[in-house]
Design a protein around this ligand. Sequence first.
Ligand code: ADE
Length: 225
Amino acid sequence: MHIDIISVLPELLASPFEHSIMKRAQDKGLLTVAVHHLRKWAVNEYGQVDDYQYGGGAGMVMMCEPLVSAITELSANRQFDAIIYVTPDGKTLNQRMANTLSLKENLLIICGHYKGIDERIRQKYVTLEISIGDYVLSGGELAAAVLVDSIGRLLPGVLNDETSALTDSFQDNLLAPPVYTRPVDFEGMKVPEVLMSGNHAKIEEWRYEQALQRTKDRRPDLLTD
Ligand code: ADE
């Protein structure tokens, strides 16, 4: 999979993909991420990419022209399966969306700043609008990083058995069960007997029940989705 990201603050995206599982995905050649500075397509020599909003009010709006130039140039090299705008008023990201996007080949992510991007770019070019939650970040970069991570780890071959996504929270609309490691007794709190029984069928059954109970307690909404 290849992911292009357009940003006015590419520095913020310099390192999130250089570690751990995202690094492994790239080292294995399963994922490439290219971050592009929108100023490369600025409308003048001052590097202008934003302007005052019509109707007045505080906050600048990211202009159409630089974004169109960027999208056009990047589209010459790839057929994008989706042009994604990360924005608080998008559809809230969930595991199902990450699963679906992990099956694509080429994604373009646009990060907003200031008041966001001109509405006409959203209407004409953007095919998917994603929010990472009901709160507002200073810009789209951290949301893009979250999105890329959630997708990248699902690419076939990225995770090994130990880190398999199949046992993640949300994978079956269930939260993950509790996990334990040594010592057996931590300040009087013991590891559940069943986990040390060696009986794999019983362990799986226990994990499923724990996952179900945890989901009922904490996120009952997942069970009615
Ligand atoms: N940009 C600013 N806040 C955001 C959010 N919650 N999700 C996605 N993009 C954003």
